[in-house]
Design a binder for this molecule. Structure first.
Ligand code: HEM
Length: 138
């Protein structure tokens, strides 16, 4: 039973990372440069429409990350000081990703592209730290 729950939570955690960080990667590195030559007004209209479409998905991904991440913490209690130091750094970066996540899907945000860059950098570092956390199991 615990095995099934572990698998479900792991799937939820990884799928939510894909939706949140993968979505921002596509928006920042593929969509933004592709529409850069359009008139500013059209870019703005497209930005508002894309933010509205992505909002629900991102909120859901953040909710699932919070739930599955909390579950993960309880399943990994007592792994030692180094583990908890890395976990602490990860959680600070997660705060950054979540805060920016709320801001980039707001309808009007002239700094959206720059914020997405920051979110992407934090996201990639979080994924690396998570790989370290896993390695610290033994
Ligand atoms: C409140 C938010 C979060 C909490 C509490 C949390 C907590 C955790 C914990 C405790 C683990 C287990 C580490 C281990 O194997 O010992 C984990 C795994 C992981 N987390 Fe998070 N996390 C959160 C959000 C995020 C975010 C935003 C990302 C990506 C940007 C992320 C990426 C990952 C990855 C890639 C793994 C490895 C999955 C695996 O090997 O099964 N996490 N998380």
């Amino acid at each position: 039973m615990t095995d099934a729950l572990n698998i479900l939570m792991r799937w939820l955690h990884i799928s939510s990372v894909v939706v949140s960080i993968g979505g921002i990667l596509y928006a920042r590195l593929v969509v933004a440069p592709s529409i850069a030559s359009m008139p500013a007004e059209q870019q703005e209209t497209l930005g508002v429409a894309m933010a509205a479409r992505y909002r629900g998905l991102l909120y859901l991904a953040m909710l699932f990350l919070l739930a599955s991440g909390t579950y993960n913490i309880f399943m990994n209690l007592g792994r030692g000081p180094l583990y908890h130091a890395f976990l602490g750094i990860k959680l600070l970066l997660v705060l950054h990703v979540f805060a920016v996540g709320f801001l980039i899907v707001k309808p009007k945000n002239p700094k959206r592209a720059r914020m997405m860059t920051g979110m992407l950098i934090s996201g990639v570092i979080i994924i690396a730290i998570s790989a370290v956390l896993r390695q610290l199991h033994i």
